[in-house]
Ligand binder design. Structure first.
Ligand code: 21W
Length: 236
């Protein structure tokens, strides 16, 4: 999967070279190509923004500079995404569908945004990561790249992927590691029993309990198995 990121702040994306994504990049499973929009300024001072027509605070990114950066990576098979607070909120369903693409071009705004004419010309899909205000589209682009990359074949080990599809739509059961006793709190006995079927059942029950308690609306959306409904019934 190729990600082309159009941004004024390519250095912000350095953190993606760590951990699981770092390994995926080394293994060539994903390719993150950072394009500095400033490189496409024709101005001798490398200016990329200007004051808004009609007045008001802040600066607006120039359409010609953004368009030249876009044309440097455009290809007809790519899906083009504009990270904007006005976009549709990213969810796991969207993440999964984006992971089926070969090539994503992600446009990040900064300052007070981008001149509307280049947005109208490109006609990208608009995506937000939630209803709170950030300083730019870079952190949202990283959220999108991280969440989508997990679904690219080979990025996660097969075990995590199958466990995740089993627990899809539920909150996770609690996890424990050594030591066996921490501040007088013990690891649940069943997890030390080696009885894999009991462990599976206990974890499923914990997932359902925690979801029912913290995010009951998630259960309403879900098709539950007979086993799941029995566990939930036994809770009350
Ligand atoms: C914040 C851009 C506010 C534009 C008058 C009219 C991308 C983001 C962003 C930002 C404004 C996302 C204005 C969740 C986010 C992002 C920076 C609007 C300009 N003034 N998802 N228009 N939250 N944020 N102000 O902030 O670019 S996805």
């Amino acid at each position: 999967m190729k990600f082309d990121v159009l941004t004024l702040f390519p250095e912000m994306f350095e953190s993606l070279n760590e951990s699981i994504l770092g390994r995926a990049i080394e293994k060539d499973l994903i390719n993150i190509n950072l394009i500095n929009i400033r490189d496409f300024s024709k101005d001798k001072h490398k200016k990329v923004d200007d004051t808004p027509y009609g007045g008001g605070a802040g600066m607006v990114m120039r359409p010609d500079v953004v368009y030249d950066a876009y044309k440097s990576v455009y290809e007809p098979n790519a899906k083009v995404i504009y990270m904007t607070p006005q976009g549709k909120k990213l969810d796991q369903q969207k993440v999964e569908s984006l992971s089926k693409e070969q090539h994503l071009i992600i446009l990040c705004g900064h300052y007070e945004g981008i001149d509307q004419r280049v947005i109208d010309e490109i006609n990208p899909e608009e995506i937000s990561i939630g209803d709170y205000v950030l300083t730019g589209g870079e952190l949202p682009a990283m959220v999108l790249i991280d969440s989508v990359s997990r679904y690219v074949e080979g990025v996660l080990n097969e075990e995590s992927t199958s466990e995740e599809s089993f627990s899809a739509g539920l909150l996770e059961y609690p996890q424990y590691t050594r030591p066996e006793v921490f501040e007088n709190r013990e690891v649940p006995e069943v997890l030390k029993s080696g009885h894999h079927e009991n462990i599976r059942k206990w974890r499923r029950a914990e997932s359902l309990k925690i979801t029912n308690k913290k995010r009951p609306e998630l259960l309403k959306m879900k098709d539950l198995s007979d086993e799941d409904r029995k566990i939930l019934n036994d809770m009350n």
